[in-house]
Structures are given as C-alpha cells and as structure tokens.
Design a protein around this ligand. Structure first.
Ligand SMILES: Nc1ncnc2c1ncn2[C@@H]1O[C@H](COP(=O)(O)OP(=O)(O)OP(=O)(O)O)[C@@H](O)[C@H]1O
Ligand SMILES: [Mg+2]
Length: 355
C-alpha cells in the first residue's frame, strides 16, 4: 500500500520557458483540480534541459507554490519531470531461448539497453516492464535518464523546499493525461507542440513505443512570421494568435508563411509512421493523431495536418485521458499547456505505489 495519499502530492512541470503546478483531490469518487499555477521563466534559467540559474529557478518554484490558484498547497511532496530531450523511453525486443532462459530477463534487458541507448549502463538510471511475452521473445518498455541529470534535478528540487517522490519521463505523463486505452487500443501519435520544442510519441498496445523530436516549436513559428513580415517578435506572436492557420483569416497569410515548415513537419511525421510500421514487430496503422501543448491552440492546425496526412487529427483533452477530471478552473486557452502537469499529478492515482 502506498504510504502517501494522492491528496498529499502535486505535479510540477518544469519546462524551459515555464513552470507549472497541478494539485488534484478526490471529491467522493470524482477527481478535481483543487489548485494550479503557471509561471513564465525568462530565457537563461533552463538551457538545454539544464537548470543554469539555480537561484532564479528556486525562487520561481517557491513563488509558484506560494501563489497557487485554488486551495493552498500544504504538502512538500512532488511528482516532477525530467527534460524530454535528455531522457529515453522506448519498447525494445529481447530474445531468449525458451522458458528456462527467460529467467535471465534482467540480464538480457541490460544487454539490449546498451545497444539501444547511447549511454553506458552505469551512467543511467533505468526502469523497465514487460509489455508482452512470447515463447522466445518479449517486448519490454524501457525508460532511462542520465544519472548526472537526475541527481542534479533532485538536489535543486530539494533546495526548493520540496520532496520529489517521482521523476517521470514527460511522454509518460502526457500519455496518461490524454489516452484511455480501455476505450480503444488503436495505434496513435501524440504531438506536444511547446514553446521551445515539439515532441512526438508513438503510442500503441497500451504503451509508449518510442518518442522523437520534431523540427518545429511555437517560438520557431513566431520567429518565421517575424522574419517574413519584418515585424518584431511581439507583433509576430500576436499575428500568430489572431490569424491562426485559418485560410479565411488574414488572407490565409500564415499558411503561406509557414508552408515550408508545415511541409517539413508532415514529412517527418510520415517518416516516423513508416519507421514504426517497418521496424516494430506488429507495428499497426496509425489511426489518430492527438495534439497537445500550447501550440495545439493554433487555430486550424488540426485540419491542416489531417488534410496533409490523411489521418484524423484531434486536439487532446487532458481532463479525459486515463482518468476523468470533473472540475478544473484552468482557463480553456491554457489547459493544453498544462497537459504534462496534469499527467504528473495523476501519477498519484496509478496502482503502482508512489513509495
Ligand atoms: N492560440 C495559439 N495559437 C498559436 N500558438 C499558440 C497559441 N497559444 C499558445 N501558443 C503557443 O504555444 C507555445 C507554448 O506552448 P506550451 O505552453 O505547451 O510550452 P511549454 O510547455 O512552456 O514549452 P516547452 O514544452 O517547449 O518547454 C508558445 O509558442 C505559444 O506561442
Ligand atoms: Mg511543454
């Protein structure tokens, strides 16, 4: 049994440009968001996943917790996240000779991890679970992160006055917030369009199969608009929000300006789908793409992508994934930016104990 109740822990998302907090509580059988907050971080505090300005980061987190909207945060316990670009999560295939040999699974997994992850075994923390097992092979989901990175995050989060219980890989938190695989088990892709990076998750058979980074981001879109129209970044950001990708708005200007970027994005998505189907055993057809992250608010991005990819594209709903959240005061235009924080907070509701 878990030693800590899910009301006594909250989710803390650490992004390069913002930190976010979500705290959940149970009201009867319902899960509700009882507290949330977001604080933008100026450039230079987190660079390439590393917290380079510790003091500013620590005071930011303290401020985030203290001024949280909703109920006051009384606990110090957190479930937080590691930077997506520094972690690995994927399904690997392990072969063995038969029942007797399967006992060597931990050893066989270790051997295969070395082939699949570009870091030495003694440089990483990793965890794995069997997804499916045949007579001579098994599909294993492996999550790994560099020890140095985890240790430095642990120290800094403790310096914020918090007690980190779980450091999760972002794709796991996002999938939990968006997908209920009891409802359907089709292969899907999740695309998280953030300010500095965009991540793609291939999700199938109830598990993350692998993740990749995509060559766009909200900031890159804004920069392209700024350069093309010769306007400053502030105006470009405004134009992006006002015009969207709606062909009927602003004379379809954004579609023209971002044509190349969208083309590049769709060809990367197609390549990823082909890679999945040709390299993964039983890699199924991808039947749906789910968008999240603030960039998913870009009007018409769903229809532009589905037209090009010929796959249904929908905007994710982080309140209705593996768990249903009945009440949330997070503003509608912000909810997609909170996907990771919600998924982290929901980790407390998993059967797998927190401690
Ligand atoms: N209505 C909108 N139309 C287009 N883009 C939008 C809209 N609303 C927000 N965005 C973009 O979403 C991005 C922010 O997304 P999000 O909040 O998910 O980022 P983040 O989690 O802080 O960053 P990252 O995940 O890259 O570290 C910004 O680039 C912003 O311009
Ligand atoms: Mg993000």
């Amino acid at each position: 049994m878990s030693l800590i109740s899910n009301n006594e822990i909250f989710g803390l998302d650490i992004s390069a440009g913002a930190i976010r907090l979500v705290s959940l509580k149970k009201k009867g059988k319902k899960i509700v968001i009882n507290s949330f907050n977001e604080l933008n971080l100026p450039a230079g505090i987190i660079t390439n996943g590393e917290i380079v300005n510790e003091d500013k980061f620590i005071s930011g987190v303290k401020d985030l917790v203290k001024n949280s909207k909703g109920d006051k945060i009384k606990t110090k316990n957190v479930i937080t996240v590691l930077p997506e670009t520094k972690t690995f999560i994927k399904v690997i295939n392990v072969s063995f000779l038969g029942e007797g040999d399967a006992k060597r699974m931990p050893e066989l997994v270790n051997e295969e991890i070395v082939n699949q992850i570009p870091l030495a075994l003694d440089e990483i923390y990793f965890d794995w679970q069997v997804i499916s097992r045949g007579q001579t092979s098994a599909e294993i989901l492996v999550g790994a992160a560099p020890k140095k990175l985890v240790d430095s995050y642990l120290t800094i989060v403790e310096k914020c006055g918090l007690t980190p219980y779980v450091f999760e890989i972002e794709a796991a938190a996002i999938s939990r917030a968006l997908i209920d695989d009891k409802k359907d088990s089709q292969a899907k892709i999740i695309i998280d369009i953030g300010a500095v990076r965009t991540g793609l998750i291939v999700y199938d058979k109830g598990a993350i199969q692998f993740t990749v980074s995509l060559p766009i981001s909200g900031n890159k879109i804004t920069q392209t608009i700024s350069k093309t129209l010769n306007i400053d970044l502030k105006k470009a950001e405004k134009a992006k929000l006002v015009c969207g990708l709606d062909p009927a708005k602003c004379e379809g200007a954004m579609l023209k300006i971002l044509y190349k970027m969208i083309d590049n994005l769709t060809s990367q998505i197609k390549k990823t789908i082909t890679f999945y189907q040709s390299n993964f055993e039983n890699g199924k057809e991808v039947t749906e793409i789910i968008l999240c992250g603030g960039g998913a608010n870009f009007t018409y991005i769903d229809s532009v992508l589905s037209d090009k990819l010929k796959i249904p594209v929908k905007i994710g709903d982080p309140l209705n994934g593996k768990y249903q959240i009945k009440k949330s005061a997070i503003p509608n235009d912000k909810i997609l930016s909170f996907t990771t924080a919600i998924g982290l907070a929901l980790r407390a509701y998993e059967k797998k104990d927190i401690i």
